[in-house]
Design a protein around this ligand. Structure first.
Ligand code: SF4
Length: 289
């Protein structure tokens, strides 16, 4: 059996190129896309199909929700605990690699690309926190970083790895064009980096017990109101909002509220049912007629 590598794979430009660089060396590459209320797996699945490599999804919701409560390495500019989030992902990859016999794990991180999570110090910290530093390869910046054991022992040809750094993605875009690779646009893949979503999430996190997977999905839609110290109300702004709120609320066992005899927004109560009247009054207020 040849050399086998397991990668963290969002389907974005960097992860596509990282996988491609290893595939071109004849390494057997498999990839994992992590999913949660804050990031989805679609682009990863499509990217793996394009590259013709085995793909699997891991539901990362429980880990990321608990990290949000107390990230040991803190947050980035918004609600993004990137260092601990990456470390947790690589820990999961390392565990799978140990059980399933992969030779190493890899990611599409680029040294110096993000101020908090991808400077040299952070790359080291992520590797150390993951517990799998010895088998973690960053193919895009490898030649700027100390050689790993995989490179020293010849499992990976270091001379065919890249030496990318900084925020510019021009080299990656060029490689993607040369290889006719379609990829998800850089950035925008994680809700935790979006200020608007983050201010909603902070409202949710401010109330003990309300940070759940369903609620994290729900607060993406509608107007949001703090109805009392222990309750949030959502009121749809559009037909699409109303549909999504109803679907999610139904699946999550929540109370929804709408006018029975005329068109109007859907309201969802998150928290204490004593506030239903307040929510009803908002639903009435925002009804068109
Ligand atoms: S951007 Fe989001 S998914 Fe990516 S490492 Fe940061 S918190 Fe995790």
């Amino acid at each position: 059996m040849g050399v086998r590598a397991l990668g963290a794979f969002s389907g974005g430009l960097d992860s596509m190129i990282a996988a491609k660089v290893l595939i071109d060396q004849g390494i057997e590459v498999e990839v994992v896309t992590f999913s949660s209320p804050f990031f989805a797996s679609d682009a990863g699945r499509k990217g793996a199909i394009q590259l013709g490599i085995p793909w699997r999804e891991i539901d990362y919701s429980e880990t990321i929700l608990s990290l949000l409560c107390n990230p040991p390495s803190g947050f980035g500019n918004n609600c993004n605990p990137c260092i601990d989030c990456h470390a947790g992902m690589f820990k999961k990859l390392g565990e799978i690699a140990s059980v399933e016999g992969f030779d190493f794990i890899f990611s599409g991180e680029v040294a110096g690309q993000r101020p908090m999570s991808q400077n040299r110090g952070s790359l080291n910290r992520v590797a150390r926190l993951s517990g799998y530093k010895e088998i973690l390869l960053r193919p895009l910046s490898a030649r700027l970083l100390p050689a790993t054991e995989m490179e020293e022992t010849g499992l990976v040809d270091r001379s065919r790895l890249l030496r990318l750094s900084g925020r510019s993605r021009k080299p990656q875009i060029l490689i993607a064009e040369e290889n006719d690779l379609q990829y998800k646009a850089p950035g925008g893949g994680c809700l935790l980096t979006e200020p608007n979503y983050c201010s909603r999430l902070r409202m949710l996190m401010d109330i003990p017990g309300l940070l759940t997977e369903t609620n994290a999905h729900l607060i993406r839609y509608g107007r949001i109101f703090r109805l009392s110290k222990d309750t949030i109300g959502l009121v749809g702004r559009s037909e699409e909002d109303n549909e999504r709120l109803e679907e999610l609320a139904l699946a999550g066992g929540k109370v929804t509220f709408a006018l029975s005899d005329r068109p109007g927004p859907t309201g969802v109560l998150i928290g204490n049912r004593d506030n239903l009247e307040k929510l009803a009054s908002l639903v009435t207020q925002y009804a068109k007629k």
